[in-house]
Unconditional design. Sequence first.
Length: 133
Amino acid sequence: GKLNTTCQKLLLQFQTITTAIFGASIIVFVNLEKLELSVEIAQISIRSLYYLHILISLFIIFRILSNVLSWFDFRIEECRLLNEIAGEEIRIRPNIKNFWRWDEFYSIVAIIIISSAFVIFSEVVIIPSLSLC
């Protein structure tokens, strides 16, 4: 449905932006001397890139959550109307306890894992390696 399509578009945007930002970090790391950057400026650049990535990740997560909440509200109203018209419980209201069944939940988990891995990799591998240059 529309919810899955929207989530897929947001994940595509996340994937594209993640690739670009991570690529920019690697470019700073690999071309430190060619770009004539000091180690401090390179560290600030890489940290700025992963902070930007965190902000974009949060924005995409909030967009996904917003779409889920909107769908949830719509479905509750739809169930109420159908059951009111039919006079019996034709459609069961969605239950928030079933969140673990939704693709959107796993999309959010993946975004959090990828963003965390980017920050950890930057702080544990890339930034300390800059000091060796």
